[in-house]
Design a protein around this ligand. Structure first.
Ligand SMILES: *[C@@H]1O[C@H](CO)[C@@H](O)[C@H](O)[C@H]1NC(C)=O
Ligand SMILES: *[C@@H]1O[C@H](CO)[C@@H](O)[C@H](O)[C@H]1NC(C)=O
Ligand SMILES: *[C@@H]1O[C@H](CO)[C@@H](O)[C@H](O)[C@H]1NC(C)=O
Ligand SMILES: *[C@@H]1O[C@H](CO)[C@@H](O)[C@H](O)[C@H]1NC(C)=O
Ligand SMILES: *[C@@H]1O[C@H](CO)[C@@H](O)[C@H](O)[C@H]1NC(C)=O
Ligand SMILES: *[C@@H]1O[C@H](CO)[C@@H](O)[C@H](O)[C@H]1NC(C)=O
Length: 842
């Protein structure tokens, strides 16, 4: 065991407050941990009508994807989005150019309320999404707002493809570009910005947002190639007043389409050019969760007449309509999806006579037996299957939130539709019309859209355990295979956090964020997360937050969401811990069952009585919001705290802290396997070290290497979670908010530790130049030799010297250390812990 009093004494002198060092980059190979099946809402799928096999899907929080038609797989397009461009991952609309099919446009932005401070962009690609240029919009775009499944709000003129229209939300109206999306101006002659908001009284601004312009549909038949299409239809989220408008002069003047029925909101307007018909789906809510009534209408362009072709009526109509599609190769064949048929299952209808009659994807044989006119396969995402939705009435096997429904314009057998959980589709759709039985499979391979709440790579057992939004979480035995089951007993839609017991690492705790049928939101596993028992010490309806499991696994410390900090030993009723603030980051010691740690505002807290009481320890400088406390699994009292003001290290249970030099803020942090058996664990951090990125240090935070690259930005840094792999040196897991889990392995050489002697760089802080052009590189990683000087200081350090003498801040001792044990002039070898001694200024 370490000598605690010696550690405390030495920590006080080992204060590394100012040094100049450099951050180099190390090439990493990044891959998704395969969950398979998407794992989230796919509000839009768009096929290019002119190039076979070209299609894209957009998501609300995880960017956009391109279809690889030959393999039924998808490639992510926006993985370059980083902390400064995280809102690119909210894709509110998508348009693929029907003339120059290489061109792709995405309308991006997170939220139109205060949750996203930034305006939206039109991302322009001329190479099918390999690279993008951003065209900033003067207003916000809400890729994850109510109404995000309606559309598409963005459209390219099929006769003159430099012309685009974009329908904005929030009262911003209709916008037009005539230069391939580079510049935009509002169409001031357009008569409506939309008056519908799901809940005008919502003070958060989320449900009170005006849904705005719903969709833009060019009538390609009204024009000729090379000239602007004269007739354009635009749907607007109005209920009870005109909601479909038309221009016949390319957008100069507009009028409400005569004879329209304004009872419901128009969700989609899809042209059948051969029929000269516009098919429109309606719902009485903006979606994606709502809709209890709706209709399907057809508007005949030649006769200007409307026909109600709603597939069901009366008491059978308990939903609105979302996705609608036409078979371009077989005019008159159309399909429409119930937006949300919550019971007994989703529903899709198909007509081969332009809506005169319909057949459903399932019908009642005699209650509760359903005729399922389909076979169902979840082989690519087995967790979607029996345990998640087993197809018994109420389990929504077909899906929900079905706003995107598409028949491949080049292949009448190929169809895809998006749901709240995945993309389904098949390759034998014409069998609907013959034997009335089609094959439906999860076809979202490559889409990893989960919102990751926590990742845990334990020292024994499975490689990884994940806590996910909406789909509970998984034990990942094989990172390349979709797991078969998610956590069902107990099942809470979102797992908020996880922890393991240091001395019994197969003991895991997880907490949930609410499921009315399983009120107690704490569960314990003794077999690495494979089976669980509910912790009956938890009160009903106490949920969320963060959790820590004591070293021996018998005590759960729980910083709840809204009910303060609670602790329970031996699954006894949880008791309030009043001495730890309700905002605290928490952690357990991994060796000593009595010890827990906390950090709130600028104070570190220690409990030595199993979490019952906490005492204030040292201050964390001027921090206001600690993000994470992590603990060296081999040394009690050796803790790291990330905060909005940097990264802090203590080796004496928080009695004193060292601020790590050069780090202005840090979020997720984790320890992983050490570089050698004698080194300190590798430290991983999402941090600002001369710029926001992901970094690793192999020497207790003295030198850092940047491990992410321009192609891997991981979105919002503060939203992400990290776990180091305790068994594989260099391996790190990054859980994102919308792009699933990545794992990275070093693929390039470790740069030499560089405590550079750049004494001349007084206050330099170089950052990447800002440009509106961002590009991604889909190849695994690039080996870069960039070096950014990140700290300024009056103190300079010496370069490392030859063996025999350790350089400034170099290792000079530790259990089994065979390297130099003396330091360069001006430095002295200082014991940090049993495993590490370091050269610090004398
Ligand atoms: C308009 O649509 C609603 C809902 O489908 C229907 O009840 C009503 O009869 C329609 N109005 C007219 C005039 O057709
Ligand atoms: C459709 O085919 C599947 C697979 O063969 C079968 O399980 C199902 O019962 C069929 N549906 C009907 C209504 O016959
Ligand atoms: C938990 O919440 C549910 C739903 O709001 C409520 O019906 C139930 O009474 C609550 N239980 C307790 C113990 O408060
Ligand atoms: C664990 O910590 C407690 C509280 O500081 C201490 O009394 C005890 O000796 C420690 N146990 C071990 C095995 O170090
Ligand atoms: C040091 O070496 C001994 C003997 O080879 C070994 O048992 C021990 O595990 C090593 N310690 C560390 C920390 O690697
Ligand atoms: C992508 O990276 C690879 C390998 O690092 C490089 O050869 C290639 O030129 C890059 N492509 C682009 C478009 O930058």
């Amino acid at each position: 065991m370490p000598n605690y009093s010696l550690l405390a004494a030495l920590a006080a002198v080992a204060s590394v407050t100012s040094l100049v060092h450099a951050v180099s980059s190390q090439a990493y190979t990044w891959k998704n941990v395969k969950v398979g099946g998407g794992g989230g809402f796919v509000p839009g799928i768009v096929f290019n009508p002119k190039e076979q096999g070209l299609a894209y899907a957009r998501t609300d929080i995880g960017g956009a994807y391109k279809l690889n038609a030959a393999t039924d797989t998808w490639t992510p397009l926006l993985d370059f989005a980083d902390d400064s461009t995280w809102n690119y991952w909210g894709v509110a609309a998508l348009a693929t150019d029907p003339v120059q099919t290489n061109r792709l446009y995405l309308a991006t932005g997170g939220y139109t309320n205060s949750w996203d401070p930034k305006n939206g962009n039109i991302l322009i690609s001329t190479d099918k999404g390999s690279t993008f240029t951003a065209s900033p919009l003067p207003f916000k775009v809400g890729g994850n707002m109510p109404g995000r499944g309606i559309g598409e709000r963005l459209a390219v003129d099929p006769n003159s493809n430099g012309i685009l229209f974009f329908g904005a939300a929030s009262g911003n109206g209709l916008w037009k570009s005539t230069d391939f999306g580079v510049t935009w101006t509002q169409v001031t002659s357009f008569p409506s910005v939309g008056t519908y908001a799901p809940d005008p009284k919502d003070s958060s601004g989320y449900n009170s947002q005006l849904i705005g312009i719903a969709w833009v549909t060019f009538d390609s038949t009204s024009g000729t190639a090379g000239s602007a299409t004269p007739r354009i239809f635009v749907g607007v989220a109005n209920q009870g007043s005109s909601n479909i408008f038309v221009t016949t002069n390319g957008g100069t003047t507009w009028s409400a389409v005569a004879g329209q029925n304004t009872t419901y909101l128009p969700h989609k307007g899809v042209l059948s050019p051969a029929e000269k018909v516009l098919y429109i789906s309606y719902s009485n809510g903006a979606g994606p969760y709502d809709g209890t009534l709706g209709s399907v209408m057809k508007y005949d362009l030649a006769t200007s007449t409307w026909t109600d072709i709603t597939p069901v009526t009366g008491s059978d109509l308990t939903f609105g309509f979302g996705g609608v599609t036409v078979d371009l190769k077989v005019p008159g064949t159309i399909m429409v999806a119930a937006l949300n048929s919550w019971w007994p299952d989703g529903q899709i209808f198909r007509s081969t006579n332009s809506g005169a009659s319909w057949s459903p994807l399932w019908s009642w044989q005699s209650y509760p037996t359903m005729n399922k006119f389909y076979s169902y396969s979840d082989s690519l995402a087995p967790w979607l299957g029996p345990n998640f939705v087993d197809g018994t009435p109420g389990d929504l096997q077909i899906g929900w939130m079905m706003e995107s429904l598409n028949i491949d314009p080049f292949d009448s057998n190929h169809w895809l539709y998006g749901t709240g959980a995945t993309i389904y589709g098949g390759h034998d759709l014409l069998k609907w019309d013959t034997i009335h039985n089609v094959s439906i499979s999860s076809l979202a391979d490559g889409i990893e859209e989960t919102s990751v709440q926590a990742v845990l790579s334990p020292p024994t057992g499975p490689t990884l355990i994940s806590a996910l939004g909406d789909i509970q979480g998984f034990v990942h035995e094989d990172l390349t295979k979709a797991p078969t089951v998610n956590w069902i007993n107990p099942k809470w839609s979102t797992t908020a956090d996880l922890d393991f017991a240091g001395n019994k690492p197969t003991n895991i705790v997880r907490i949930g964020t609410g499921d009315s049928t399983q009120g107690k939101q704490v569960a314990l596993s003794y077999d690495s997360g494979n089976t669980w028992s509910q912790d009956y010490g938890a009160a009903d309806n106490v949920t969320g937050g963060k959790v820590a499991l004591s070293a021996d696994g018998d005590t759960v410390l729980w910083r709840t969401n809204g009910n303060g900090v609670l602790v329970s030993q031996f699954t006894n009723p949880f008791a309030a811990v009043s001495s730890l603030p309700s905002t605290a980051a928490i952690a357990s010691d991994k060796l000593n069952n009595s010890i827990f740690y906390g950090a709130a505002v600028n104070t570190f807290y220690l409990s030595t009585d199993g979490g019952k009481t906490f005492a204030s320890k040292a201050s964390l400088s001027s921090s206001t919001s600690p993000a994470k406390v992590i603990v060296n699994p081999k040394v009690s009292g050796d803790v790291w705290v990330s905060t909005d003001k940097g990264l802090f290290h203590s080796t004496d249970f928080g009695t004193s802290f060292t601020a790590i030099s050069g780090i202005s803020a840090a979020w997720a942090i984790a320890l992983g396997a050490p570089k050698s058996s004698t080194s300190y664990p590798a430290i991983f951090a999402a941090a600002n070290i001369g710029g926001i990125g992901y970094f690793r240090s192999d020497d207790m935070g003295v030198n850092w290497v940047k491990i992410n690259d321009a192609a891997h930005g991981f979105g919002s840094a503060s939203s992400n979670c990290i776990s180091g792999d305790p068994r594989i040196y260099g391996r790190v897991y990054i859980g994102t908010n919308g792009r699933g889990i990545f794992y990275g392995d070093a693929s390039g050489a470790t740069p030499p530790p560089t405590s550079t002697a750049s004494s001349t760089s007084a206050t330099s802080k170089s950052t990447t130049s800002v440009s509106t052009t961002t590009s991604k590189n889909t190849s695994a990683s690039t080996t870069t030799a960039s070096s950014t000087t990140i700290a300024s200081s009056t103190t300079t350090s010496s370069p490392p010297t030859s063996t025999g003498t350790a350089g400034a801040y170099g290792q000079c001792g530790g259990s089994n250390w065979t390297g130099p044990t003396t330091c360069v002039s001006g430095y002295k070898c200082t014991f940090s812990n049993d495993f590490y001694s370091q050269c610090v200024p004398a």
